[in-house]
Write a protein that binds this ligand. Structure first.
Ligand code: FBP
Length: 282
């Protein structure tokens, strides 16, 4: 029996082809900036408006919030609250590289704790379009093609023999403790960093390893947003048997005070996350 969460997942999946189909003509920057002070691409605004319109049409959705708008938009008195990064890695559109749509379904008004998530997922616009969804402790991967969504992996689990890593920020901006940690990782894993978190996290889900965007010397809060990026990705990777951290604890145990709060973000195999927390905690 499908429920409100199924309806939300169907809307995201059904909207993916429209987002992908609308990218080519929207590679230009708007004059406006998003609440994080980043210039918006026409594609960012387009994807955001599509998701807002279609999600708020659902009885199950009580509100919609996104990286591209100041405040959450109220819907019906539905029990679920959706937070989205409509086009993660949109700076990759100009160079025609991977991007994605990230979303989290919370059972409390936003901002909320990661422990209020009841489902989360992402759509990856790569050579093909895939959708990864975590719910009830299980992660599935589907291929979206020609409007159909076909499950290709029933129980996605982070491989336990990790091979890849990727870290954001410029090396001179890294703290000494983090740089020392990376020195060790570099001896063991191969570099995979494409500039869109969702593509890099999918490398970790597929091959095992670690992805992170650390707190920087001049920006200890990091770059990525807790509600729209941190929580959903942590929920997916932890549901797939991996771990997440803000450098101290699971991202799911972090509750933002503000909608657009940033956080250091790390996800991957537990041993690498444990080593990271030990290195940063020294
Ligand atoms: P948005 O496009 O959603 O703002 O995402 C931010 C992001 O592009 C991440 O996807 C990516 O991991 C990071 O920023 C890349 O940052 P940098 O350009 O500093 O490497």
């Amino acid at each position: 029996m499908s429920d409100g969460i199924d309806a939300i997942l169907d809307v995201v999946a059904d909207t993916a082809p429209d987002v992908r189909g609308g990218l080519a003509g929207r590679r230009v920057y708007e004059t406006a900036e998003n609440p994080s002070g980043e210039q918006q691409l026409a594609a960012d605004v387009y994807a955001d408006e599509l998701l807002e319109e279609r999600l708020l049409a659902l009885d199950a959705v009580g509100s919609y919030a996104s990286e591209e708008r100041d405040a959450a938009v109220p819907g019906t008195d539905g029990e679920y609250h959706v937070a989205a990064d409509p086009l993660d890695g949109s700076s990759n559109l100009k160079s025609n590289n991977t991007m994605g749509t990230i979303f989290g379904v919370y059972d409390a008004p936003l901002p909320a704790s990661g422990r209020n998530l009841v489902a989360a997922g992402f759509v990856l616009y790569g050579p093909i379009t895939t959708m990864v969804v975590a719910r009830d402790g299980t992660v599935t991967e589907s291929v979206i093609d020609d409007g159909d969504r076909e499950i290709v992996t029933e129980n996605l689990v982070v491989p336990t023999d990790p091979t890849v890593y990727g870290f954001g920020g410029r090396v001179p901006q890294w703290t000494d403790a983090f740089a020392e940690y990376v020195d060790g990782v570099e001896q063991e894993l191969k570099l995979r960093y494409g500039g869109a978190m969702i593509g890099d996290v999918n490398q970790v889900l597929t091959y095992g390893g670690i992805f992170g965007y650390p707190g920087l010397r001049d920006r200890p809060e990091g770059k990525l947003r807790l509600l729209f990026e941190g929580h959903p990705i942590a929920y997916i990777v932890e549901s797939a048997g991996g771990a997440s951290s803000n450098g101290e604890r699971s991202l799911l145990d972090c509750e933002p005070d503000r909608l657009h709060e940033r956080t250091p973000l790390f996800v991957g195999n537990e041993p690498y996350i444990d080593r990271l927390e030990a290195a940063l905690g020294e």
